[in-house]
Write a protein of this length. Structure first.
Length: 304
C-alpha cells in the first residue's frame, strides 16, 4: 500500500539539497552555450529564419517583372543591364518577437541512466540554440519576466547571463502570467508536471492579447516508461514529499496511465487556444526538437 511522507526541511533547499547542484546554472552555462552553438549549426540546412519579401525598407532582391503589375514597381536601372524588366523587392520586416521561458524548478534536475543529459541542461541547450537561430534569421528574442526582446548576435550569451543572474527562486515551475503582444510568439520549455489545469490557465494569461505559442516538454526516458521493479520510494523534490509504493512494477501501469491523461489534458487545452505541444525525450538528439519548433515558428502553425 502506498504511503506518503514529508521529507525533512534540510532535504528541500535550495531546489532541494539533492537537486541544488543539478540546477546551478552559472558554472555550466559556458558549456551549454557551446553545445547550443553546435545544435544551431546543425539547423542551417533546415528552417533558417523568416525573412521574405514584403513591406519594409531594406533591399531584399530583384525579381522579374510580371505582366499586370504596376509599371511604377519596375527598377529601370537594374532592368537596363539586360533585356528583362526587374522589380526591386524590399525585405518583409516582421513586427514579431519570440519570448522564451525555461523551467528551472527542482524536477528539471532529474536524470536517469537512460538519458543523455539532465532535463534542465537539455532545456537550456534547446532554448539557446533556438534563440541563436531565430536572431540569425531576423527575429527578436526576449525572456518572459526577465528581458525585453532584442536582436543581438550575442543572444545566446545574453540569455545565459540573464538566467544565471536570476537563480534565486527555483520553486516556480510556471512561467510568469505576462500577456504579450498579439503578433508575438511564445516558447515555453519545461517538463510541465504541474496540474494540467494550471498550465492551461497560465497559457490563457500569456495569450490574452492574442499571442500564439508553443510548449516544448522535456522528458527523461524513465519518466516515460517507469522501468522500475521491486520495493521503491519515490521522492517529489518540489513539494518535499516521499511516496513508498511497494511493488514498483505493478504501480507502473497506473503511473503510465496517469501520465498519458496528464499530457492529453495539456494537449487539448493548448490546442483550443491555437498553441502547440512538442514532446522531446532526453535520449534523442536536441536538433530533432529544435527543428520541429523552428518549423512551427516559421510556418506560423497553431496546430500541433
Amino acid at each position: 500500500m502506498a504511503q506518503t511522507q514529508h521529507l525533512p526541511p534540510e532535504s528541500r533547499r535550495p531546489g532541494r539539497q539533492e537537486t541544488g547542484e543539478g540546477l546551478s546554472l552559472a558554472a555550466r552555462m559556458p558549456r551549454m552555450v557551446l553545445e547550443s552553438r553546435r545544435v544551431a549549426a546543425s539547423l542551417v540546412h533546415g528552417i533558417h529564419g523568416r525573412r521574405r519579401a514584403g513591406a519594409g525598407e531594406s533591399f531584399w532582391q530583384f525579381r522579374p517583372f510580371v505582366n499586370g503589375e504596376a509599371a511604377g514597381r519596375i527598377d529601370w536601372r537594374r532592368s537596363g543591364r539586360d533585356e528583362r524588366l526587374y522589380v526591386r523587392e524590399r525585405e518583409w520586416e516582421s513586427p514579431h518577437s519570440v519570448w522564451l521561458w525555461v523551467d528551472r524548478s527542482a524536477s528539471m534536475a532529474f536524470r536517469s541512466s537512460l538519458a543523455g543529459a539532465p532535463k534542465i541542461e537539455r532545456a537550456f541547450v534547446l532554448a539557446l540554440a533556438l534563440a541563436d537561430t531565430l536572431v540569425d534569421g531576423g527575429e527578436r528574442v526576449g525572456l518572459l519576466g526577465l528581458k525585453t526582446p532584442v536582436a543581438s548576435r550575442r543572444i545566446a550569451e545574453l540569455v545565459a547571463e540573464t538566467y544565471a543572474a536570476h537563480e534565486g527562486d527555483l520553486d516556480e515551475d510556471m512561467p510568469p502570467p505576462d500577456a504579450v503582444g498579439r503578433l508575438d510568439e511564445v516558447l515555453l520549455v519545461g517538463d510541465f508536471l504541474a496540474p494540467a489545469a494550471e498550465i492551461v490557465a497560465r497559457v490563457d494569461a500569456i495569450s490574452a492579447r492574442g499571442a500564439r505559442g508553443h510548449l516544448l516538454m522535456v522528458v527523461d526516458p524513465a519518466e516515460e516508461t517507469f522501468p522500475f521493479q521491486g520495493q521503491a520510494v519515490l521522492h517529489e523534490a518540489e513539494a518535499g514529499l516521499s511516496l513508498r509504493i511497494g511493488d514498483a512494477g505493478a504501480w507502473g501501469t497506473t503511473y503510465r496511465t496517469r501520465m498519458r491523461a496528464h499530457r492529453d489534458a495539456i494537449m487539448d487545452g493548448v490546442r483550443r487556444r491555437g498553441w502547440t505541444l512538442t514532446i522531446h525525450h532526453t535520449d534523442r538528439p536536441a536538433s530533432e526538437a529544435a527543428l520541429r519548433i523552428l518549423t512551427l515558428l516559421s510556418t506560423g502553425t497553431g496546430k500541433g
